[in-house]
Design a protein around this ligand. Structure first.
Ligand SMILES: Nc1ncnc2c1ncn2[C@@H]1O[C@H](COP(=O)(O)OP(=O)(O)OP(=O)(O)O)[C@@H](O)[C@H]1O
Length: 325
């Protein structure tokens, strides 16, 4: 529409000019010298101005076309950029759900070599295995209801990790109904530093987390009239962490501390947090009481291992001695 208005405008202007040339200034053109032999000077002038007007119109069309193309390209780029941003956001969210935040950021780096192995060495990590011990009533539930119940328990534990005081807790995985978590994977401390100042903050955070898990479970049990119990094993020490697999990559941790934490859970008692002597010593230094349980035989360890229960009262609150070293 706009193009035709412009064209008409050009045509009117040109017609007016032609009219003025033929009617008003024809005498001047008659006397003019012309190089267009055998062509009437007026006609030649009219023809030249016509061609000029048409050329101007075509140039205007071309500029107009280029501007439109530019606008459409910009709009396409902007839409694609917005789509890419949304996709990036979704990828970030997905990756942050699969991997710890500090690892996800490395995987999101576009300059990273795809086949690079990612691994970390940590010298002071607290590892926890917490097994849900299900009662008969729950086991007899129909599959769907059972899964919904378990999902509620696990989701409640996951929600705990989002709390301000538990940001350093990393959920590693769920192995059957055992919730595996660790604390201290975000701090990159050197071996020497750990040996000089044995830090118990990771252990304390993990203990507080275990306490919160017990209390959360109790609340859910009350609400759902269930009596699911928790059995926890904790151990501290060096671990290797890394991401394995090219499809559905898994961030996992390995080491003696992990094996021992698992053993402390599997040989523990429901409603208790079981630890080894070395860990119990660290816990006492944090001002939390422990009580000796017994000596157990642990696969891969020479001799028996002395185990302790972290003291908790009937509300599953940690019993604090108030003496911190
Ligand atoms: N990254 C991990 N994720 C889950 N469980 C682990 C991990 N690392 C070790 N464990 C668990 O710790 C426990 C002790 O491991 P260890 O290698 O000492 O013995 P094992 O021969 O595998 O033990 P078992 O025969 O009892 O399974 C095992 O039950 C194992 O499943």
């Amino acid at each position: 529409m706009f193009i035709w208005i412009k064209f008409m405008y050009f045509l009117i202007l040109w017609s007016f000019y032609v009219y003025s040339t033929i009617k008003l200034s024809h005498l001047q053109y008659m006397e003019d010298e012309t190089i267009n032999y055998r062509v009437d000077p007026i006609l030649a002038h009219v023809f030249v101005t016509g061609v000029l007007t048409l050329a101007l119109h075509l140039m205007d069309r071309q500029t107009d076309y280029m501007n439109r193309l530019d606008f459409l390209m910009n709009r396409k780029v902007r839409t694609e950029q917005e789509e890419a941003n949304v996709l990036k956001h979704i990828n970030e969210k997905l990756l942050n759900n699969i991997l710890p935040e500090h690892v996800a950021n490395i995987y999101l780096d576009v300059n990273r070599e795809m086949h690079d192995l990612y691994y970390e060495e940590h010298y002071d990590v607290a590892v926890m295995f917490a097994s849900l011990i299900l009662d008969k009533e729950l086991l007899n539930l129909p599959d769907k209801k059972f899964l919904a119940m378990m999902n509620e328990y696990i989701s409640c534990f996951d929600t705990l990790t989002k709390g301000k005081e538990f940001t350093s807790i990393e959920k590693i995985k769920l192995a059957k109904w055992t919730y595996m978590a660790a604390c201290g994977l975000k701090d990159k401390k050197g071996k020497e530093l750990i040996e000089k100042h044995v830090t118990s903050s990771s252990l304390l955070t993990l203990l507080n987390f275990a306490e919160a898990m017990f209390k959360t479970l109790e609340n859910v049990n009350k609400m759902r009239c269930q009596s699911t119990q928790l059995r926890v094993g904790i151990c501290t020490g060096p671990v290797i962490a890394g991401v394995v697999g090219s499809r559905k990559p898994l961030y996992d941790i390995w080491g003696d501390a992990v094996n021992m934490a698992s053993r402390m859970d599997s040989t523990g008692l429901v409603g208790h947090i079981q630890v080894m002597e070395k860990t119990a010593e660290l816990i006492r230094r944090c001002g939390i009481e422990c009580m000796y349980r017994e000596e157990i035989i642990v696969k891969g360890v020479n001799g028996k291992v002395r185990t302790y229960f972290v003291k908790m009262d009937h509300t599953h609150s940690l019993v604090r001695s108030g003496i911190m070293e």
